[in-house]
Design a binder for this molecule. Structure first.
Ligand SMILES: [Cu+2]
Length: 151
């Protein structure tokens, strides 16, 4: 009995240690037909080897009418990228091509679809001012959140 308890305690300690070492490396985000994300902020760690952002469109409208993506950039670059995104058009998922300001961006999806993007944590700096947002024309003013970056 005592041995079993010790083993469980050890297992729990091990799991907690691993979770801490991995940091917060995944963000799961939902977008809907009312032009809303379900999160206003998310936290990731710059020490993550890989950060994953998963977007689920929980609505029913097609991408042409209510398309959503997730773009990550500094908050300062958000408005400029969103402006250029309109010019890039749907064929480019409303993401300016080869734009160094874009840290990460998913494809554009419609209702019932999912998109996922991964990028190295080292592309972010702990304590920096970052945002995630949808760059579909007219969406970023409502569909945005703060990306908090820890060490
Ligand atoms: Cu959108």
């Amino acid at each position: 009995m005592k041995l079993a308890q010790s083993l469980i305690a050890l297992a729990l300690l091990g799991a907690a240690g691993m979770a801490q070492a991995a940091g917060n490396c995944t963000v799961a985000l939902k977008g809907n037909d009312a032009m809303q994300f379900d999160l206003k902020e998310a936290t990731v760690s710059a020490s993550c080897p890989t950060i994953t952002i998963e977007l689920t469109h929980t609505g029913k409208l097609p991408a042409a009418a209510m398309g959503h993506n997730v773009v990550v950039s500094t908050t300062a670059d958000m408005a400029g990228i969103s402006r250029d995104a309109v010019k890039a058009g749907a064929a480019n998922n409303y993401v300016p091509k080869g734009d160094a300001r874009v840290i990460a961006a998913t494809t554009l999806i419609g209702g019932g679809q999912k998109a996922k993007i991964t990028f190295p944590g080292k592309k972010l700096t702990a304590g920096g001012d970052y945002s995630f947002y949808c760059s579909f024309p007219g969406h970023y003013t409502m569909m945005k959140g703060k990306l908090i970056v820890t060490k």
